[in-house]
Design a protein around this ligand. Structure first.
Ligand code: ADP
Ligand code: MG
Length: 616
């Protein structure tokens, strides 16, 4: 048997490197965190070939005194904690004293560092863990670390590195997050000579979001701010019309530390309620401030995960913070209901009107002479001017790791993938014009420089859902007595259930009564459902009871009601009704998604059409 031995230090360091350093991005993270811990206010990061061959981090922090420089490269050498007790009140980012020796063990590393007052800087260099230089040199205050040939002596690890493009994205991703977590620090990232990102370092987190994501996302940010005895939650999230197919554009920060937390991600998503389509994820940054004794950061070697002592409270705080931010951001005019609807009881049943109206599919035919067909869109959220604009280096910064299948960086395909990934919406149109109806299912709309395809059923569902929701919230869903009460033959069990639920139905705008022992009589229904047929009504009532068995019936009830009340695909709509539909849709809080989470609007940009026709 092989005897047990204590590993030679360099071997131990190589093993530790496997835990701390997976790829160039992890080196960048460790180095930048050291710079932050050293009080730097300005950090420059430069990479070449995704950092595989060369990466350099330069800071203006306090530096390392000459006599301590060699020590910094010894295992478990740290200036940040003194005993295990300190682990419970960690305020610095590093604390294990592992990064420098581990990285030095698997690369060519050079550090030049100078403290205030020291006449000269110290240069120390390692190759594969062996010290090759230690001398005094001239250099400005602060520390510069250069790492070249990462993993040159650990071929197995080197093999695991991806193409430069993918490693580059990982670096962009981590630097973006670090910049978000440290808005008071100026970050500059250069990749293969090209400036990718510069942040102002003036403490403005919104400006950092602009620097990272550009105007597409920057224009649609909503501030989040909530304080409670447990936690402060601050940050920026994106309006619900902008979302992603993954969680890459979410950053969570706890006490200045970037964390990965499905708890926080779930809380943020829940805060958006029904506003996002299924399997789409919000974009944003949330920074939490908590008593450090309530969290445990020492869970994972790279400190990405975190444990909370009261996770359900944290979850709730984040959810509420997000929800309140979204609510506050919508200049919420309670229902833009077309004027005629209030005036005439007949017209007030909008869905019935929609149903009975047939007519030609093209607006111009019914327009007065000289009417261009253009309509002003209803209230649109103001877009604040004078935001910092990004120096456009020709691409929007895309966080890393989106997918291993993503098209090559900078390619047209990638730009396109990004377009379709964010159903981002550069503001509602000021004007729109109905072009017609396609296959009696989609409404075509000219909205400034875009062609919109609107799913008429989904659009109407969204409108009705919101109208019912406000009605329910103010306990005033408008009802209408049926001329002839509807008799539903349900059988004794279902009839009894409906009766048992009659007060819930009343709240929802339905008046139901017993009729014999196995039938139900429906005397009135919500105005917006006055055209509903017996079969739909039966499905609706039983559906509400069914869903209400396991959870609050209200939300599913409203969704069902919206679905039953909405125009169906295949129904021809008159131009005036399409006009009304689109106008109402645009004044909903979330015109982009139906209550089931399906998209309502598909948008084609003029630019894209031009491109497809080979015009540009
Ligand atoms: P840790 O950050 O866990 O303490 P590291 O191996 O990353 O361990 O760094 C070891 C020590 O080197 C740090 O505790 C710190 O004192 C010093 N150090 C490293 N990088 C810098 C820097 N950029 N500026 C000042 N001191 C640094
Ligand atoms: Mg460190």
């Amino acid at each position: 048997m092989t005897p047990i031995i204590v590993l030679e230090e360099n071997t131990a360091n190589k093993i530790a490197a496997g835990e701390v350093v997976e790829r160039p991005a992890s080196v960048v993270k460790e180095m930048v965190e050291n710079s932050l811990d050293a009080g730097a206010t300005s950090i420059d990061i430069e990479i070449r070939e995704g950092g595989k061959e060369y990466l350099r981090v330069v800071d203006n922090g306090r530096g390392i005194p000459p006599e301590e420089v060699p020590l910094a490269f010894e295992r478990h050498a740290t200036s940040k904690i003194r005993s295990a007790d300190d682990l419970f009140r960690i305020i610095t980012l590093g604390f294990r004293g592992e990064a420098l020796p581990s990285i030095a063990a698997v690369s060519d590393l050079e550090m030049v560092t100078r403290t205030q007052g020291a006449p000269a800087a110290t240069l120390i260099a390692f190759s594969g863990g062996k010290r090759t230089r230690l001398e005094s040199v001239g250099s400005p205050l602060g520390t510069a670390v250069t790492v070249q040939r990462l993993f040159f002596n650990t071929p197995a690890r080197y093999k695991f590195l991806n193409q430069a493009a993918s490693e580059r994205r990982h670096v962009y991703d981590i630097v973006g997050r670090l910049a978000l977590a440290n808005p008071r620090v100026r970050f500059r990232l250069v990749s293969d000579g090209e400036e990718i990102m510069v942040t102002p370092g003036d403490g403005n987190m919104e400006a950092v979001m602009w620097s990272i994501y550009g105007s597409r996302i920057g224009k649609h940010l909503i501030p989040v701010h909530r304080e409670s005895s447990l936690a402060a939650v601050n940050g920026y999230i994106c309006k619900p019309e902008i979302h992603r197919g993954n969680r890459q554009a979410q950053t969570f920060i706890i006490n200045g530390r970037i964390v990965e937390s499905s708890l926080l991600a779930n809380a943020m998503e829940k805060g958006y309620q029904t506003m996002l389509p299924r399997r789409r994820y919000p974009i944003g940054v949330l920074a939490l401030t908590l008593d450090p004794s309530r969290i445990d950061v020492n869970v994972h070697p790279t400190k990405r995960e975190i444990r909370f002592s009261d996770s359900s409270e944290v979850y709730k705080q984040v959810l509420v913070a997000v929800r309140q931010a979204l609510e506050a951001s919508t200049p919420f005019e309670p229902w833009h209901i077309p004027a005629q609807q209030d005036e005439s009881p007949e017209r007030s049943s909008w869905s019935r009107a929609l149903r009975s109206a047939g007519g030609p599919g093209f607006v111009q035919e019914t327009m007065e002479a000289g009417d261009s067909g253009w309509r002003a869109a209803p209230a649109m959220p103001p877009i604040r001017p004078d935001r910092p604009t990004r120096s456009e280096p020709g691409h929007t910064w895309e966080p890393a790791g989106t997918s291993t299948l993503s098209p090559p960086e900078g390619s047209a395909a990638q730009a396109k993938a990004r377009e379709s990934d964010e159903t981002g919406f550069p503001g509602q149109p000021a004007m729109f014009r109905i072009l017609g109806q396609f296959r009696a299912t989609y409404i075509l709309v000219e909205a400034e420089d875009e062609l919109w395809l609107i799913d008429q059923h989904a659009a109407h569902e969204r409108i009705l859902y919101e109208r019912f929701l406000t009605g329910l919230q103010s306990r005033a869903i408008k009802t209408q007595a049926l001329l002839v009460p509807m008799n539903l033959e349900l059988g004794p069990a279902a009839a009894a259930a409906v009766l048992e639920w009659s007060s819930a139905f009343e709240e929802l705008g339905f008046e139901v009564a017993a009729f014999g022992s196995k039938d139900c009589l429906v005397r009135s229904v919500p105005v917006d459902l006055s055209g509903i047929g017996g079969k739909d009504l039966e499905e609706l009532l039983l559906g509400v009871i069914n869903q209400g068995q396991t959870k609050d019936y209200r939300e599913p009830a409203l969704i069902l009601m919206a679905c039953k009340g909405a125009v169906k695909a295949g129904e021809e709509l008159s131009p005036a009704l399409m006009q009304e539909l689109v106008t109402s849709l645009l004044s909903t809080r979330n015109p982009f998604t139906c209550p089931h989470g399906r998209p309502v609007i598909v948008r084609l940009a003029l630019e894209d059409l031009h491109r497809r026709f080979g015009r540009s």
